[in-house]
Design a protein around this ligand. Structure first.
Ligand code: CP
Length: 309
């Protein structure tokens, strides 16, 4: 392990992390998976506050904490909390802060995790805020790409699907920007990558091409990152009905792919990758979900000072 002092207290947005921090997180996740380091979280408690539904993020954080000997307080929705009696968001957080050592928060409102980091003394981890950011997903995506390709540098990456509302692709594009990628943004016009992300990439000298069809770019790609059309973020259900099923990746779609092209997906999927693709050597999305545990062990232990150098 490199000797490195992690600078960030919180993980809220990919723009807050520099390349050295990203490398350190990826390196730490690898060392944890391979058993070279064993973070000790005994006596530590993580509060996992999920104001929005989750399977992978929530359970992988819980699994990560338990594998390190720590414990987790789990809130799945506000139904059984005093939010139902009218307690404010910040009062809820300031109370739970007294019971835990780190706060992991998912919320439908963009900026909720940033606000939490401003009112709390504890480290705060953004587990997804609306259509904005999902930085811990991007970190496990980096770790997955490093495992499959041996490097993060100079890769050709296709981001496919809902690039407008898909927070994972916003974070991943900004994370990969530290590694000189060439991007293909594949989406219908209505769901294109937000202008502020594209402006950020341009300012950092990153090349991207926007297209509406996936097949022509498949032979170029090292990574095809497929996303669900985010039904819950559409203001007009008719737009969702018009755009759902825009991309369905099947075995024919990937016929011309490079041998080591890997398909990633943050999951859950609806219909954008057929089940037949799961047994293809290109499919990597369930391994990717497993990698989330190692990366979240790295995140929790680094932010709580549990890595022994
Ligand atoms: N990838 C991801 O965030 O999945 P969940 O919504 O199930 O946590």
């Amino acid at each position: 392990m490199s000797d490195y002092s992690f600078k960030s207290k919180h993980i809220i947005s990919m723009r807050d992390l520099d390349r050295a921090e990203l490398d350190y997180l990826v390196e730490t996740a690898g060392a944890i998976e391979e058993g070279r380091i064993k973070p000790d979280m005994r006596g530590k408690i993580a509060a996992l506050l999920f104001f929005e539904p989750s399977t992978r993020t929530c359970f992988s954080f819980e699994s990560a904490m338990k594998r390190m000997g720590g414990e987790a307080l789990l809130m799945k929705g506000t139904g059984a909390t005093s939010v139902k009696k009218g307690e404010s968001f910040t009062d809820t957080l300031k109370t739970i802060e007294r019971y835990s050592d780190i706060i992991v928060i998912r919320h439908a409102i963009e900026g909720a995790a940033r606000l939490a980091s401003e009112v709390l003394q504890l480290p705060v981890v953004n587990a997804g805020d609306g259509a904005n950011q999902h930085p811990t997903q991007a970190l496990l995506d980096l770790y997955s790409i490093k495992k499959t390709h041996g490097t993060l540098d100079n890769l050709k990456i296709g981001l496919v699907g809902d690039l407008r509302f898909g927070r994972t692709v916003h974070s991943l594009a900004q994370a990969l920007a530290s590694y000189n990628p060439e991007f293909y943004f594949v989406s219908p016009g209505f769901l294109e990558m937000p202008a502020h992300i594209k402006a950020d990439l341009t300012a950092r000298g990153i090349k991207y091409t926007e297209v509406s069809e996936v097949e022509p770019v498949v032979p170029e790609l090292d990574i095809m990152y497929v996303t669900r059309i985010q039904r819950e973020r559409f203001a007009d259900p008719e737009d969702y009905e018009r755009l759902k099923g825009s991309y369905i990746i099947d075995l024919k779609t990937i016929e011309g792919a490079k041998k080591n092209m890997k398909i990633l997906h943050p999951l859950p999927r609806v219909d954008e990758i057929t089940v037949a693709v799961d047994s293809s050597p290109h499919a990597y999305y369930f391994d990717q979900a497993e990698n989330g545990v190692y990366m979240r062990q790295a995140i929790l232990s680094i932010l709580m000072g549990g890595i022994q150098k």
